[in-house]
Design a protein. Structure first.
Length: 499
């Protein structure tokens, strides 16, 4: 887990790290520049001309160091500077003094934009030191650079993006942001996706113990955190070990949702999947998914009653394609009141709960709720447009009702009633297609059925779902559909070296 700190905390952390280790800030800057270059060299060829735009703070210092290191490796670089070296930080100037003279270093104001050409723009103008919205030459630079049809990469933070809050005005629009040690909170806001691009986090050697003294209950999940949360199943495991899951949902025209959940749960590794659907769904379910057992409610078209003997199941997920009819709401109430095991509550089950205070009171610590933004807004009855407020609201909701909350979207946010908030690193814009939420429900329910805690099921579920989305997107690009995501779930295990 990478602890997410504010810009102020990061500066203080770096100072105490440098002091304790007896390292100069210039050395840490060199490590950061090396980390950037290592990533750059793995991804880009020497045939691409690079223009590095530098401010005169430490972000600019990183940029100048990057220019030296890349040039030494045979990469063609030019430096363009905003600001006056006499105002520069000590580390910026130390780097400027050793910039090889064969590297072109021009003031930004001297650029002839008619003739300006490069393949890659690196933004090292401003980083976490940003203290006001862009104006003047920085604003001008960002506008000019954003209009270039080239690859754009930001060092640490895109210029103009505040580390901890929503952007005010313009900011550099990066295709990649290579940040150091731990992501800054605002780089995880979906609203900032167009500025941050793909986020790359590079270790610069400040180990976890230095983070201990800084208060934050927000974390960025890493692959190793997921690996250690998985259960290992032995060779003689039988289907009962992998859990008996019941998926409740479906209504006329929306049976597909529960089918997607069921298939996703099977591909995640569930032992036995049962579904509970309206009567019309029986022949359809049976003929399309042979591995799934099907039970039906009393009504033909809508879900109007609850299943018998709920204790047969290790976990229940409810909501996909279920509809919000009055009778369905009563069936939901019945299930929430009578089932004591772990549950996933999704989609229409959330929409029903949003309107019924008596149902909200039935939320327990055994439950994982999986709203997308609109569903969350319905549940909290408030505007959740602003990310800072939304993250706070998620915390408040999880603590008030004692449940785990998965707020879906780019970097889905998992909040636990203990007050910990985890941002998920996996995912892809190709998941933005109907039915992928139903897939997530099946994946999370499967882990609950396999005996994972609510917290671990939520973390592992969201991570694998996002990774499956990435893998499906690599093959199918914008043609990706929810079924493609399901088919990639097994590959996520292979990818992580899990059996
Ligand atoms: N401190 C350290 O030891 C390390 C810092 N690193 C780099 O240092 C960066 C932070 O450096 P700084 O603290 O010098 O900050 P920046 O380089 O981000 O910016 C600082 C300067 O920009 C000015 N400024 C702020 N907002 C402005 C605006 N809107 N328009 C014009 N000028 C503006 C400030 O007054 C200040 O002079 C990080 O983002 C990272 O790139 C890395 O080298 C890793 C190690
Ligand atoms: N741009 C995106 N980047 C990352 N993940 C995304 C993106 N868009 C959607 N997702 C993920 O896809 C899923 C969509 O869920 P949801 O909105 O409930 O879809 P549906 O109701 O169609 O099943 C969520 O897990 C969400 O996190
Ligand atoms: K930058």
């Amino acid at each position: 887990m990478l602890k997410i700190l504010s810009a102020r905390q990061i500066k203080s952390l770096e100072e105490s790290y440098l002091e304790e280790k007896g390292i100069l800030s210039l050395e840490l800057m060199e490590t950061a520049a090396e980390a950037f270059c290592q990533w750059y060299m793995q991804n880009f060829s020497r045939r691409q001309d690079i223009a590095i735009f530098c401010g005169t703070g430490n972000n600019g210092g990183d940029g100048i160091a990057i220019a030296r290191l890349l040039s030494r490796q045979g990469y063609p670089v030019c430096v363009y500077t905003l600001g006056d070296a006499k105002d520069g930080t000590a580390d910026y100037n130390s780097n400027l003094n050793i910039l090889p003279t064969n590297i072109v270093n021009k003031p930004f104001s001297n650029i002839d934009w008619e003739r300006f050409r490069c393949h890659v723009i690196i933004d090292a103008m401003l980083g976490i030191g940003l203290n006001k919205p862009l104006e003047g030459k920085y604003l001008d630079a960002v506008k000019k650079l954003n209009s270039q049809k080239t690859m754009r990469i930001a060092v640490d933070m895109p210029t103009g993006l505040p580390s901890d809050k929503l952007v005010d005005g313009e900011a550099f629009q990066a295709h990649y942001t290579v940040t150091f040690q731990t992501p800054k909170l605002s780089a995880l806001f979906p609203e900032h996706a167009a500025y941050v691009g793909d986020l790359v986090v590079k270790d610069i050697g400040i180990d976890g113990k230095y983070f201990n003294g800084y208060e934050s209950s927000r974390y960025f999940v890493e692959e190793k955190d997921i690996l250690e949360r998985h259960k290992i199943f032995h060779k003689a495991s039988h289907k009962g070990d992998f859990g008996k899951v019941l998926l409740v949902g479906g209504s006329k025209g929306k049976l597909g949702a529960i089918m997607l959940s069921a298939k996703a749960a099977l591909r995640t590794g569930s032992g036995l999947i049962s579904t509970f659907v309206p009567g019309f769904g029986l022949p359809i379910m049976q003929s399309s998914i042979h591995e799934v057992m099907v039970e039906t409610c009393t009504g033909n078209d809508i879900l109007d009653s609850a299943p018998e003997n709920l204790d047969r199941f290790d976990t229940i997920a409810i909501g996909p394609g279920m509809g919000t009819d009055e009778k369905t709401a009563e069936a939901l109430k019945n299930i929430l009141e009578s089932y004591k095991g772990k549950m996933v509550i999704d989609a229409d089950a959330l929409n029903i709960i949003a309107k019924r205070k008596d149902l909200k009171e039935l939320i327990t610590s055994q439950m994982i709720l999986t709203p997308h933004l609109k569903e969350f807004e319905r549940m909290v009855g408030d505007d959740v447009k602003y990310p800072e407020g939304r993250i706070e609201k998620a915390l408040e909701f999880s603590q008030t009702y004692g449940c785990v909350l998965i707020l879906k979207g780019l970097h889905s946010l998992i909040t636990t009633p203990a007050g910990i908030q985890y941002f998920n690193p996996t995912g892809s814009q190709f998941l933005a297609t109907g039915g992928t939420g139903d897939v997530l429900t099946g994946v999370v329910a499967s882990y609950l059925g396999q005996g994972y805690s609510v917290e671990n099921a939520a973390l592992c579920g969201v991570y694998h779902h996002g990774l499956a989305g990435q893998l499906a997107g690599e093959d199918q690009r914008r043609g990706t559909i929810a079924s493609d995501v399901i088919e990639k779930i097994p590959e996520t295990y292979k990818n992580l070296g899990l059996s």
